[in-house]
Design a protein around this ligand. Sequence first.
Ligand code: ZN
Length: 181
Amino acid sequence: MADSKDLAKDNTPVKIGLNKVVSFHYRLAEVAPDGSHGDWMEESYDGQPLHYLHGFHNVVVGLERALEGKGIGETIEITLKPEEAYGPRKEGAQQRVPLKHLQLRTGDSKIHPGSLAAVQTDKGMRSVVVVKVGKFNADVDFNHPLAGRTLYYEIEVVDIREASAEEIAHGHVHGPGGHHH
Ligand code: ZN
């Protein structure tokens, strides 16, 4: 029995499409060359669902495509190649940055090779993986940590709503789970 908020004004179920704000839970694992997938690397089920504005590439292209036309409560299982997800790994993406410019992820107290961190660049905050740590500088890799990987996703659509005109103008979600500015 559909909740009334799951229905559009003409009583058809709301489906994911352009200018909809979508909330979803996910978990993802890396797919091995033999097609098996290992342990979950990331998941949202221990916290809030993710929110994104459909049609604006707020999520990786393969996910956006798979979510198109889905309704609240629907689930998706999908395997995405790197080019549908975080792209191939690029060579020459390592750079030396001052330690004081690195922000460790919350929960990490000490920087070490393999740490995930954020760096302020002229293109905004970027996620990096720490490769080597020196006294004042660290060598970091600007490839997305999931670049070059084939990923298996399990997705559950939690909510769908119309985006506000402001959200559409900005190209992202505002409010809980979105941008605050
Ligand atoms: Zn905004």
